[in-house]
Design a protein around this ligand. Structure first.
Ligand SMILES: Cc1cc2nc3c(=O)[nH]c(=O)nc-3n(C[C@H](O)[C@H](O)[C@H](O)COP(=O)(O)O)c2cc1C
Length: 420
């Protein structure tokens, strides 16, 4: 062992070349320097596997680490959906951390709006501020992805300023006070698909590195795939092939916009929810068929939306298989998978990284926006796992955001807050 925490090892390889390896301790792992005949190559080996770079092979885009900030609607946009200064401040504080930083969801057309304070990407007038958002999210080398959707029946006429929510069919979601939507006409379906294409063009013009198609969490794309919300008898409903038609058409339109407008490799990801509790509802078998269909598309990643990375079926309590394992087996390397749900500590993330490609950290990134740098610098002891009410301002959590966190998390435990 030589001084300052480094080790030197000399040995001969079979071809008799003399190598010297020196291992130098760094907070986040070790550096291996390989010397041969006076030349030196340094390889950084991170202590945590998730801190190593990861390449999205299809486009040859390298993410600086395997951490993803998943989409989190903060409801801090202006009334019309323009990115606000508060939002920019919030994104700034998480910037430079994750390999991939996915924005809050943005609606692709006015009827697609699902929340007050939601981002919009339904008009060119939003591009200048979206450009500021993209630039902020890209600070420090993160790839900036914008998530795009239509909320469909998960909206309300109050949010749509008097207009009825729309969906595949006129079936209300199973939640208190939900309105019955009206079924989109065939022309409106085509228009909505085109709107996803236009949203992608705007995302490219605004300087994002990619879009995530939001096919999860019960919004419009999922509503077309679901036998609960899709009771159509035309080509857009009925058989599973017909229920797949809308999601597949959206992907094709997004890809067509990428082919037409992107001058550099542009990431396209898809988010799905593997099951629904409704009867009838999306089953794991349905999801396997969705995965098969997705494998036919040139996607850069699949994002599996769940509340826990190691969750088993929510429909069949007897089934003890891990849903992400089933999906991974079915994907069979066609594209990388992002897993998400209840990852907080470096050890939990490491465990997930042993099995999956990319690891998304939601709630914990709200509590601790500097999570990655703290882990990378060996400062794990200072990671926040709860926040005090006095810290809300410092963390740029406006009251509308706090309400959203509580709504998504089923109460204040989602933060969790101390000092109340
Ligand atoms: C405040 C909040 C807003 C969210 N908004 C979105 C969203 O816009 N789009 C989406 O797909 N998921 C959204 N989610 C779900 C997260 O992306 C993530 O899947 C979920 O929080 C589980 O991960 P976690 O346990 O690490 O927080 C939201 C979650 C939270 C807490």
């Amino acid at each position: 062992m030589s001084g300052n925490g480094s080790i030197r090892i000399y040995f001969h390889l079979p071809n008799h070349a003399l190598f010297l390896f020196s291992l130098t301790n760094i907070p986040n792992g070790c550096t291996i320097s390989k010397h041969k005949f006076g030349t030196e190559r340094t390889i950084n080996i991170a202590r945590y596997n998730f801190l190593n770079p990861f390449t999205l092979e299809r486009k040859g885009i390298t993410l600086k680490n395997r951490i993803v900030i998943p989409p989190m609607t903060e409801r801090m946009a202006m009334e019309d959906g323009t990115v606000s200064r508060d939002e920019l401040a919030y994104y700034q504080q998480c910037a430079g951390q994750a390999g991939m930083f996915i924005s809050a969801v943005a609606n692709v057309n006015p009827l697609g709006k699902g929340f007050e304070g939601e981002l919009s990407i339904d008009d060119d007038k939003f591009i200048p501020r979206l450009s500021e958002l993209a630039a902020t999210m890209k600070t420090g080398g993160s790839k900036a992805i914008i998530q795009i959707f239509s909320a469909g029946r998960m909206s309300a006429s109050s949010i749509l300023r008097g207009k009825e929510p729309v969906s595949a069919s006129a079936v209300a979601p199973l939640r208190m006070g939900a309105e019955t939507p009206r079924a989109l006409t065939e022309m409106e379906i085509i228009q909505t698909i085109n709107d996803f294409g236009e949203a992608t063009r705007r995302a490219i013009e605004a300087g994002f590195d990619g879009v995530e198609i939001h096919g999860a969490n019960t919004y419009l794309i999922q509503q077309f795939f679901s036998p609960h919300s899709n009771r159509r008898t035309d080509d857009w409903g009925g058989s599973i092939e017909n229920r797949l038609r809308f999601p597949m058409a959206v992907i094709d339109k997004v890809q067509a916009a990428v082919d037409k407008y992107a001058s550099e490799p542009f990431i396209v990801g898809y988010r799905l929810s593997p099951e629904e509790l409704e009867e009838p509802g999306i089953t794991l078998d349905d999801t396997m068929q969705l995965v098969d269909a997705l494998k036919q598309k040139p996607l850069d990643y699949l994002h599996v939306s769940q509340s826990n990375v190691w969750r088993t079926s929510i429909r069949d309590k007897q089934d003890d298989r891990i849903v992400n394992e089933l999906i991974k087996d079915r994907v069979d390397g066609a594209f990388p998978i992002i897993v998400v749900g209840s990852l907080s500590t470096p050890d939990q993330v490491k465990k997930a990284a042993d099995d999956y490609d990319l690891l998304a950290i939601g709630h914990e990134m709200i509590r601790e926006p500097k999570w990655v740098s703290k882990v990378a610098s060996g400062n794990e002891g200072s990671i926040r796992y709860s926040i005090n009410v006095n810290e809300l301002d410092e963390l740029n959590i406006q009251p509308s955001f706090l309400e959203m966190i509580e709504m998504v998390s089923g109460g204040p435990k989602g933060v969790p807050l101390t000092g109340k």
